[in-house]
Design a protein around this ligand. Structure first.
Ligand code: ZN
Length: 233
């Protein structure tokens, strides 16, 4: 029942020619974790720009038409949180190269992580100043050709989960049961048992009206990353 990809060892890490740039001296350390969120500082991303625009693009017109409805609610929430993000057009996507600054490229292949039902979202690693600079989401084609069953709410949440990976968010799973490991589904839960959409696997709202939206945990994560950028100047 694992649907969403873990951002480890993906192609962008290997092939993007970006060095890790340490954050400049700042008044205080950045906030990298909180209740229900975790920043993937191991990839060199610690903040989200409150001033520079981010644009979601697609590898083809067909993908743009198919994918946009899954993203509009989350994009609106992100804008409300202070992220200057919008839905853009199409452009060629090379899964091995970071896109132009601020572009979040969506493409689709068969089993991008070589595991059935997994998709992948990767930020460009080591962006200047630790400020999220865009990345690539590769959706598993199995969701769309009928070979992998995925519930509609899970698909909606997967689209958003992977996009938030490109902004530098990691899985907030924790060892809550004390067995020594942060296991699957092991995340803080809110009212109604809602887990962060970044919880692995299958986090997020389950209702048809709320699936595909960021939970308050994920919103707090973005606000923290925006604050990190403001603090660093
Ligand atoms: Zn993930």
């Amino acid at each position: 029942m694992l649907r969403t990809g873990v951002a480890v060892g993906a192609a962008l890490v290997v092939t993007c020619a970006f060095g890790v740039t340490p954050a400049r001296s700042s008044p205080g350390p950045p906030t990298l974790a909180g209740p229900g969120f975790q920043v993937a500082a191991r990839l060199g991303v610690t903040s989200v720009s409150p001033s520079r625009p981010y644009t979601v693009t697609f590898a083809s017109d067909g993908l743009k038409q198919r994918y946009t409805p899954y993203l509009t609610a989350a994009v609106a929430q992100m804008r409300a949180a202070g992220v200057r993000i919008g839905i853009g057009g199409t452009e060629s996507v090379d899964p091995g190269r970071c896109p132009p600054w601020g572009h979040i490229q969506y493409t689709q292949t068969y089993r991008p992580l070589n595991r059935g039902g997994y998709s992948r979202g990767m930020p460009c690693p080591g962006p200047a100043g630790g400020v999220a600079a865009g990345g690539i989401v590769t959706m598993d084609s199995e969701y769309f050709d009928g070979t992998w069953h995925i519930a509609p709410y899970q698909l909606r949440n997967t689209f958003v989960h992977e996009m938030l990976h490109t902004f530098g968010l990691d899985h907030p799973n924790r060892d809550l049961d004390g067995d020594g490991k942060a296991g699957a589904y092991e995340c803080v839960t809110g009212p109604g048992g809602v887990r962060p959409v970044m919880c692995s696997p299958n986090g997020g709202y389950k209702s048809a009206s709320s699936a595909g939206r960021l939970t308050p945990y994920d919103m707090a994560a973005l606000r923290a990353m925006l604050a990190n950028a403001r603090r660093a100047g």
